[in-house]
Ligand binder design. Structure first.
Ligand SMILES: NC(=O)c1ccc[n+]([C@@H]2O[C@H](COP(=O)([O-])OP(=O)(O)OC[C@H]3O[C@@H](n4cnc5c(N)ncnc54)[C@H](OP(=O)(O)O)[C@@H]3O)[C@@H](O)[C@H]2O)c1
Length: 378
């Protein structure tokens, strides 16, 4: 750190609090400069999809050394030059990970317990801590908001790689949550007392290939009459991929272990708060028409896929308790920033990709449902 008078004052001011909190000089320095106490050697399993690149860039900006492990298929050639890329496959080709040491491994892409088991076999003894990126879909009961102690969904099928993959595809991904829960347990088994489990809710923002949240900034930008689902007070939760990635790296820096739900915002938000927030960010003249859930159901308009982010009946999914993560410094950028950046990213995509969103209603279908709703009211 450059020894300026301002830094000196900042350090002195922090010293009192640091002593009373029992912080080491290294931690004191970190607190005063807002930089990590130590440069870490971080292995990111994955790292080139959606959240991974944000983790990579943030970790580099904080002075860490980053290695990624993947097949080299997703976004090839886009890694910063400082990053070491190891090529392999979680399905049996892990040789590139052998005989190497890291402070911590962050496991992004795993859905299958066999992936954690196999990676742990190779990494055990060579990695201090293991971070497993899970999901809030691990909970058995999504009808009410849960904290991290909520009962987990059970999976009792075969758990070898090929069988689980086939079972997951055959179930229409219904076993995604239960298999993630089992994968969490594999991580904790392989690295007892040294595992950090992060359970994100819907991850949104620029580069989200699922385009769920993206539907709303894009639709509102188009303007006109916008179909808005359910009751304006219906809760919504989501987290900007950048907030999630940056907090994950800060948790890694602080050697945190344990289990944390990670979604947002910090205070409860209704779907109307979200839609108005996006509209205001874009200075849009769009006009929302609120259509109740039962009418949408009659029209076969589905929550989550046709009306993204909105959870319909399963509102418990949008009431997940995040107080534990808030207590560990999870922060959120403004909704306006997420919405504007997501829209700019979408508009920078090739024209053919902008023709049709992967989530939400087509404009024709939305117009049909709105017309049916107006007729019913008349
Ligand atoms: N999206 C959401 O709303 C949401 C919500 C809750 C939880 N989550 C969880 O959050 C995590 C987010 O993952 P992400 O996609 O953002 O992570 P990411 O690390 O950015 O991307 C996934 C990485 O996995 C690699 N990969 C895929 N298959 C592989 C294989 N067979 N062997 C080796 N590497 C492989 C990909 O590279 P290659 O293709 O080149 O191998 C890519 O680098 C996931 O665990 C997901 O379940 C997501």
């Amino acid at each position: 750190m450059i020894a300026t008078r301002r830094n000196f004052i900042k350090l002195s001011a922090t010293a009192g609090a640091a002593v009373s909190l029992g912080l080491s000089p290294r931690r004191l320095f970190a607190a005063a400069t807002n930089q990590p106490a130590k440069s870490l050697n971080i292995l990111i399993l994955g790292g080139t999809g959606f959240t991974g690149p944000y983790q990579v860039r943030y970790a580099l900006s904080r002075g860490h050394k980053v290695t990624v492990f993947n097949r080299g298929k997703t976004h090839p050639g886009e890694l910063p030059k400082e990053v070491e890329q190891l090529i392999g496959d979680r399905d049996g080709q892990l040789d590139a990970l052998r005989n190497r040491k890291w402070d911590v491994a962050v496991d992004n892409p795993t859905t299958l317990p066999a992936w954690v088991r196999d990676a742990a076999q190779v990494l055990k003894g060579n990695v201090e801590r293991y971070v497993f990126i899970s999901t809030i879909s691990v909970y058995a009961d999504t009808s009410k908001g849960v904290d991290e102690n909520g009962a987990l969904a059970k999976y009792d099928g075969p758990d070898a790689y090929k069988e689980t993959l086939e079972a997951m595809r055959a179930s229409g991904y219904k076993t995604y949550g239960p298999l993630k829960a089992l994968s969490e347990q594999e991580a904790e088994k392989a690295f007892p007392g040294r595992t950090l489990i992060i359970r994100p809710g819907l991850i949104v923002g620029p580069h989200d290939e699922t385009e769920r949240f993206t539907y709303w900034p894009v639709r509102i930008d188009r303007g006109g009459e916008v179909l808005a689902p359910g009751d304006p007070k219906d809760p919504v939760q989501f987290i900007d991929a950048r907030d999630l990635a940056e907090w994950t790296i800060r948790m890694v820096e602080d050697s945190e272990i344990g289990t944390y739900n990670a979604t947002g915002p910090a205070k409860p938000l209704g779907i109307s708060g979200m839609l108005d927030g996006i509209k205001n960010a874009q200075n849009s003249k769009a006009k929302f028409t609120w259509v109740p859930a039962d009418f949408l159901q009659q029209q076969k308009v589905e929550a989550w896929s046709d009306m993204p982010v909105w959870t319909g009946d399963e509102s418990g999914m949008a009431r997940t308790n995040i107080s534990r993560a808030l207590g560990k410094g999870l922060t959120f950028r403004p909704l306006a920033e997420t919405a504007s950046d997501t829209l700019s990213w979408f508009k920078s995509r090739p024209p053919e990709r902008q023709m049709k969103l992967k989530a939400g209603l087509t404009s024709e279908r939305e117009a049909e449902v709105l017309a049916a709703w107006h007729q019913r009211k008349a």
